[in-house]
Ligand binder design. Structure first.
Ligand code: NAD
Length: 361
């Protein structure tokens, strides 16, 4: 069966890094490891330049017909002055909401070869491998009523933390399914001692866990989770949490790994469609200079194969190829140190491809 992938390079370093990821997909197709149809589309600033809007209808309709979307990054100073509602980042928010991408998976993985880049001691983070599953379309970021109103003699700001049972259940199921492909442990993070919405969260996650007898479930308050992530991060396998707690904890966890250029992400919809992208932005300061690290995008392809196409062997091979390239001492500028070999974006892409070819002989 031929699966459709929509490739959206976007702006800044987007086209350079996505081109490296495409090399791997093209190799898989040419060697008949998988049947894929790759299409490309416009999003962000490049779409504004070509079509006047950050998410053209054509891109959205192609995305809806695809099994998965691979995105580079959007934005840049060229579009910073235009009206807020049609800025490049709006294209990203729009595609996430139009595709119903309610589950955000952000791994925090530290390759042992890069342990020195972390802000924590090498022995605390070496081989770190956590997956944060963040609810992405509900909670306090979307809850109504919200606003700023006049109350007596002063203004009052207010937001609403609201979760329905079905919203909690579907994100819990994503977390349990992800854990089943990993070490089989889920830690649900809430503030059930203070917030009723997360008391319900805890109750529903506990109920859903009964359908997954092989998965070990633990609950943790968010303040403790933040502390534990810094104290002993390797105790976690999968963390599932609300939109706002996930926003904060996933940034914290990603920084344990030291480099923004190494971290992929996935956003999944109930339909099975997923969008995969590096967590970093379009890095206009280094665009077009061959300095960008393509590994976050390459690892996003690994997630795409694993979560949208159920091709875990191909995904494992990409992860191994990346690890081998790092063991060989190759580094783009962001992760380069004295004793390693500095390579360009393109050379890094070629090196991963060459390791992949070796692994799949
Ligand atoms: P950024 O992530 O683009 O860059 C932050 C710093 O990290 C820069 O110094 C950059 O050079 C470096 N960097 C980022 N990715 C790198 C890579 N792959 N290899 C090496 N170095 C890398 O964040 P920013 O500078 O705050 O934002 C730049 C633009 O990107 C803005 O327009 C912003 O709105 C947009 N943005 C887009 C996304 C997205 O598309 N998902 C996310 C964040 C920011």
């Amino acid at each position: 069966m031929t699966r459709k992938i929509l490739v959206l390079p976007g702006d800044g370093i987007g086209p350079e890094i996505v081109a490296q990821a495409e090399k791997l997909l093209t190799f898989f197709v040419e060697q008949k490891h998988i049947q894929l149809e790759l299409e490309s589309g416009l999003i962000g600033g490049s779409a504004i330049d070509a079509a006047g809007v950050p998410l053209p209808d054509e891109t959205l309709s192609k995305a809806r017909q695809s099994d998965a979307v691979l995105l580079g990054a959007v934005g840049g100073p060229k579009w910073d002055q235009i009206e807020r509602s049609i800025r490049p980042e709006r294209g990203l928010l729009a595609i996430r909401s139009e595709l119903g991408l309610f589950a955000n998976l952000r791994p925090a993985v530290l390759f042992p070869q890069l342990a020195a880049a972390s802000s924590l001691k090498a022995e605390v983070v070496s081989n770190l491998d956590i997956m944060i599953v963040r609810e992405l379309t509900g909670g306090i970021y979307f809850g109504e009523p919200r606003g700023i109103k006049q109350q007596d003699c002063e203004r009052q700001g207010f937001n609403t933390l609201v979760y329905s049972e079905s919203e909690i259940e579907r994100i819990a199921r994503v977390a349990f399914d992800v854990a089943a492909k990993r070490q089989g442990r889920v830690c649900s993070v809430d503030k059930a001692n203070v917030l009723e919405a997360t008391e319900l969260w805890r109750e529903v996650v506990t109920r859903v866990a009964k359908d997954y007898p092989d998965i070990e479930l633990q609950h943790m308050y968010v303040d403790n989770a933040a502390m534990q992530l810094v104290r002993e991060p390797k105790q976690f396998d999968v963390i599932v949490t609300t939109n706002m707690f996930g926003d904060i904890l996933s940034d914290l966890a990603s920084m344990l790994t030291g480099s923004i250029g190494m971290l992929p992400s996935a956003s999944l919809a109930a339909s099975g469609c997923g969008m995969y992208e590096p967590i970093h932005g379009s890095a206009p300061d280094i665009a077009g200079k061959g300095l960008a690290n393509p590994l976050a995008t390459i690892l996003s392809v690994s997630m795409l194969l694993r979560y949208s196409l159920a091709e875990s062997t191909l995904a494992d091979n990409i992860d191994r190829a990346v690890s081998q390239v790092l063991s060989n001492g190759l580094r783009t500028k962001d992760i380069h140190s004295e004793e390693t070999q500095l390579v360009s974006t393109d050379e890094m892409g070629d090196a991963v491809l060459s390791e992949l070819v070796n692994l799949m002989k």
